[in-house]
Design a protein around this ligand. Structure first.
Ligand SMILES: Cc1ncc(COP(=O)(O)O)c(C=O)c1O
Length: 461
């Protein structure tokens, strides 16, 4: 065991410590490598660990988006706290069963503590509950199922839910998985700040009621993926209360900015939600595999997910304790809570708070610098740590300007120090820059700005 871990550590430590010097993404030849690695039959005999680890560290791992690097400013950056990786090693090596409380009460309690800390962070009342899911998509799915069960009859096909045109696609996917036809998902347009337009929402809900349908849920964004937009949550909460609608807030990206003063201000109103998703594998810098669903009333999760079987041990009725299998889709599950618990206990929340504050500063600084570049327009101002920008050329046809911006993106990323991604906003191609890794500091944003300048010179027309 020690030898195997040492062999792994001999490769992990140089890899992690050299992350700042590694390219922010390198997928050249990666597809050919993937093809070369196709193996039809599983091996009958073993291969030495050194050889396998070398395959991983010298060939496979380098050929990817470097989601753990400080230069990864694409999509939503990954983290990868090493303490969480150690927690995963402990959890997997001891392999305790945390799906039911009776099987490992003390371990389940550690994970329950983490969820309760998050619920307090979200400002939810004492009756709140939740669980750690594998990611934001699963957490959003579970939220929709809980709301469906709570607000609609068993025959629920007249139910309608509302999203904005900036809502993450996983919510529409969740609706489909939860059994709703696409025609029961209303997409509401957003304003200039990419926030859901309440006037259009009110109208859509009224129209649906008039047509005999049953509006039941509104999804608000607390940090959209496309632009980082935070919807007007107090207004949404008011509206949902008046209309007796379930307010679900997708804070998968934005949620942990609640640790900061500015984040709390930006996301005021989130505490009124009936359910909230926030992803520790985004804003808490954990490795992938950690989402979190919180609900205002823990019983709503139990009603949606609870089930019985003769072969299971008795479930907890003590409100201090939780059986995860009763409030989530999973029975057997990894002990994912340990990956959050260990880093939080080792560091306290202070360093997380300071790190997230720094990301807010870096995004503001990047936006202020970018807008000084001639011809550069900030299309989405940072509401948290994400912004979108583009090069404008009023005299050129829109498609030519889109093509120019695509070339700009390729030229920036081609330098290898940062990796940005693009998206379409109101029909036009824009570049996005999202700062979320604990490894990203001012030096990397400076490098990003230098690379933007070099790329602007390169594509200048
Ligand atoms: C706002 C938002 N919601 C949901 C998701 C989906 O989360 P996951 O990728 O963890 O399934 C994402 C992912 O980036 C997101 O940014």
């Amino acid at each position: 065991m020690e030898r195997l871990v040492r062999l792994a550590m001999d490769r992990i430590v140089p890899h992690v410590t050299s992350l700042p010097g590694q390219p922010a993404a390198d997928t050249e030849g990666a597809e050919a490598l993937a093809r070369e690695l196709i193996e039809r039959d599983p091996p009958e005999t073993g291969t030495p660990a050194e050889e396998l680890l070398d395959l991983l560290f010298t060939r496979a791992i380098p050929k990817s988006f470097n989601t753990a690097s400080p230069g990864y400013l694409a999509y939503i950056p990954g983290g990868g706290l090493f303490q969480a990786a150690v927690a995963d090693l402990v959890a997997a090596a001891t392999n305790r069963y945390v799906g039911v409380f009776a099987a490992a009460p003390a371990l389940v309690q550690l994970e329950t503590n983490v969820v309760r800390w998050f619920a307090r962070l979200a400002g939810l009342p004492p009756g709140a509950g939740g669980y750690l899911a594998s990611g934001g998509s699963l957490a959003n799915f579970s939220a929709l199922v809980a709301a469906r069960r709570d607000r609609l009859p068993e025959d629920f096909l007249s139910g309608v839910l509302y999203v904005s045109d900036q809502t993450h696609h996983c919510v529409a996917k969740a609706a489909a998985l939860a059994g709703f036809p696409a025609r029961r998902v209303r997409e509401i347009a957003t304003d200039d700040g990419f926030r859901l337009r309440l006037d259009l929402l009110e109208q859509a809900v009224a129209d649906d009621r008039r047509n005999g349908l049953r509006p039941f849920l509104v999804t608000g964004n607390a940090g959209s993926t496309n632009t980082g937009a935070v919807d007007d949550l107090p207004a949404l909460a008011d509206f949902c209360r008046r209309e007796r609608l379930w307010l679900h807030v997708d804070a998968a990206y934005g949620g942990f900015f609640l640790l900061t003063e500015r984040g709390r201000r930006a996301m005021a109103g989130l505490e009124s939600a009936d359910s909230v998703v926030l992803d520790p594998h985004k804003g808490l810098f954990l490795p992938y595999g950690a989402g979190c669903l919180l609900v205002r009333d823990a019983e709503t999760l139990r009603r949606a997910h609870g089930s019985e079987a003769d072969y299971l041990p008795g479930m907890q009725r003590d409100p201090a304790f939780v059986d995860f299998c009763e409030i989530s889709p999973e029975l057997s599950r990894s002990f994912r809570g340990l990956a959050a618990w260990l880093p939080i206990k080792m560091h306290g929340l202070g360093p997380f708070r300071r790190n997230l504050d720094e990301k807010l500063d870096l995004a503001l600084w990047a936006a202020d610098e970018l807008r000084l570049r001639p011809g550069v327009e900030i299309v989405a101002e940072p509401q948290l740590s994400l912004l979108a920008f583009r090069l404008v050329r009023p005299s050129r046809p829109p498609d030519a300007v889109d093509a120019l911006n695509r070339r700009l993106l390729t030229a920036i990323n081609g330098r290898g120090r940062v990796h940005l991604t693009g998206t379409n906003l109101k029909g036009r191609f824009v570049l996005r820059l999202c700062v979320l890794s604990f490894r990203t500091h001012a030096d990397r944003i400076r490098a990003a700005l230098e690379d933007v300048d070099a790329a602007l010179r390169e594509v200048a027309e």
